[in-house]
Design a protein around this ligand. Structure first.
Ligand code: SF4
Length: 473
């Protein structure tokens, strides 16, 4: 019987089985940022410990950094304290820090792959829920809490429960205007926001095989929104081509040797899975969330559910979401007025996301009364986009063009919703209060859909806009 990638990577990194039934797993790469690390560093300092593997630890600043005015000290004294703390801790322990001003500063899940730090067959940990992003490379990547950040700093190990594996095959071919974001929103809608508990999600099938690394990262990024502990795609030629020449990827003959090893990490053809799910990619359309969790979504041509027709288990959740969002049962999602359009976050702020959004925006103006901003995932993405002139397309349309960071994904910085504003967002969470206002409302969608909504001032089907692009090109 063959093995899955998860089993192979797990076994290769097992230090020992613990009496609790957990596995002590060695972590190949630890990514650190300013928000979840200060307390963890304090805890190891209080015990007189040092960081066990500073050469396997890399830091950046993303969550609290302002994306407009980055002058230090920050006006927000708590943000300034977090920044200073990370700077001090990195200097003290010899950890590389991609700080403001570095061409590699950016969202931790964007810069890891960009630098070639993220590689197939690795175990990766980071104090952020969306660490699953790195699974796109065939790594097993865990989002961890502050006490686990302490554990990894001190020992480079984590104590983890064993996982089952669910293989999710996406068949067919995505239509123009349908993106990886729509695929993962459909998966979460279908399997539920708790459906992945205890599982690793292995994404596969022809539609995933055809995806770029950026698209695979979008899918793996949101695994956690379906409660999967990790999500991954088996490494293939697309993975290797992405990594070739990156700063921390093996070079020359070592790259060829690494490729051979990486290929061997992929799940075997006869691997046994605990569950299998098939999603028909041909049937997908652009998808928009209407509720207060990422599983509450609908195709752009569809209507919101009626709680009276829902199962007893789902009824209360639908009622609560409709009430919070100010929507009526049966209402169509298209035509929902928006106040803010946000293109950014570790889900959808990479160069290909910005290119696709710019394609929709080119030659148009942002609707009056809509505040629109583009926040590249990293300074590397920002610079590459500027070399292509994408910033000019956005700025001419009326978008604000910002520096790299998490921005309005979770609003721990000056980018926030106000009052009851509705935001078309390319991020990953639509929880109550997520974007800074306790009553603000988030509609998750692909970056191209956000761009189309920004221009129209309301939710529209981006496929109609793309048709427009073809005609006028
Ligand atoms: S963009 Fe959002 S989800 Fe991603 S790392 Fe930043 S805060 Fe977390």
């Amino acid at each position: 019987m063959g093995q899955t990638l998860l089993q192979k990577v797990w076994d290769a990194h097992t230090v020992r089985r613990l009496p609790t039934g957990q596995t002590q797993l060695f972590i190949g790469l630890h990514l650190v940022h300013e928000v979840t690390s200060p307390q963890a560093f304090d805890m190891i300092k209080a015990r007189g410990w040092r960081v066990a593997f500073p050469n396997r630890t890399f830091a950046t600043v993303d969550h609290i950094v302002p994306t407009a005015n980055r002058q230090r000290p920050f006006l927000d004294t708590m943000a300034e304290a977090m920044m200073s703390s990370l700077e001090r801790n990195c200097a003290e322990h010899g950890i590389p820090l991609y700080n403001i001003g570095s061409e590699h500063q950016g969202i931790v899940h964007v810069i890891g792959p960009e630098l070639g730090l993220t590689q197939p067959g690795m175990t990766i940990a980071c104090g952020d829920s969306h660490t699953s992003t790195h699974g796109a490379f065939g790594a097993v990547a865990f989002g961890i809490g502050t006490s686990q950040v302490r554990d990894v700093l001190a020992s480079q190990c984590l104590a983890l429960e064993p996982l089952k594996v669910r293989r999710i095959e996406v068949t067919g071919r995505l239509a123009p205007g349908v993106y990886a974001k729509d695929v993962i929103l459909e998966i979460i809608r279908r399997l539920g926001v708790k459906g992945g508990a205890g599982y690793a999600y292995e994404y596969a099938g022809p539609a995933v095989d055809r995806m770029t690394m950026d698209e695979r990262m979008t899918i793996c990024n949101m695994s956690i929104e379906g409660a999967a502990r990790v999500g991954y795609v088996n490494p293939d030629e697309t993975t290797f081509a992405f990594l070739k020449g990156r700063a921390f990827a093996p070079q020359g003959a070592q790259f060829e040797a690494a490729t051979k090893y990486w290929r061997s990490r992929a799940s075997d053809a006869d691997a046994r899975y605990d569950d299998r799910v098939v999603i028909d990619g041909d049937q997908l359309e652009p998808t928009v969330t209407w509720g207060i969790n990422p599983g509450q979504s609908v195709g752009v041509s569809g209507a919101l559910p009626d709680p009276r027709a829902a199962s007893k288990d789902d009824r209360a959740g639908i009622e609560e979401a409709l009430q919070f969002m100010g929507f009526d049962a049966g209402q169509r999602i298209a035509g929902t007025r928006i106040d803010v359009a946000f293109i950014g976050s570790c889900t959808n702020s990479r160069l290909s996301d910005l290119r696709e959004a710019a394609r929709v925006v080119r030659g148009h103006r942002v609707a009056p009364n809509v505040k629109a901003l583009v926040v590249p995932g990293s300074e590397g993405v920002r610079q590459a986009a500027e070399r292509e002139g994408l910033h000019e397309i956005f700025q001419q349309a009326g978008f604000e063009w910002r520096g790299a960071g998490c921005s309005m994904c979770l609003a721990m910085n000056p980018d926030r919703l106000e009052r009851r504003q509705v935001c078309a967002s390319s991020s990953n969470r639509n929880f109550k209060g997520r974007q800074g206002s306790p009553t603000g409302r988030t509609l998750l969608m692909s970056p191209a859909m956000v761009a189309a909504a920004a221009i129209a001032g309301e939710v529209v089907d981006v496929r109609t806009r793309l048709a427009d692009v073809e005609v006028t090109a």
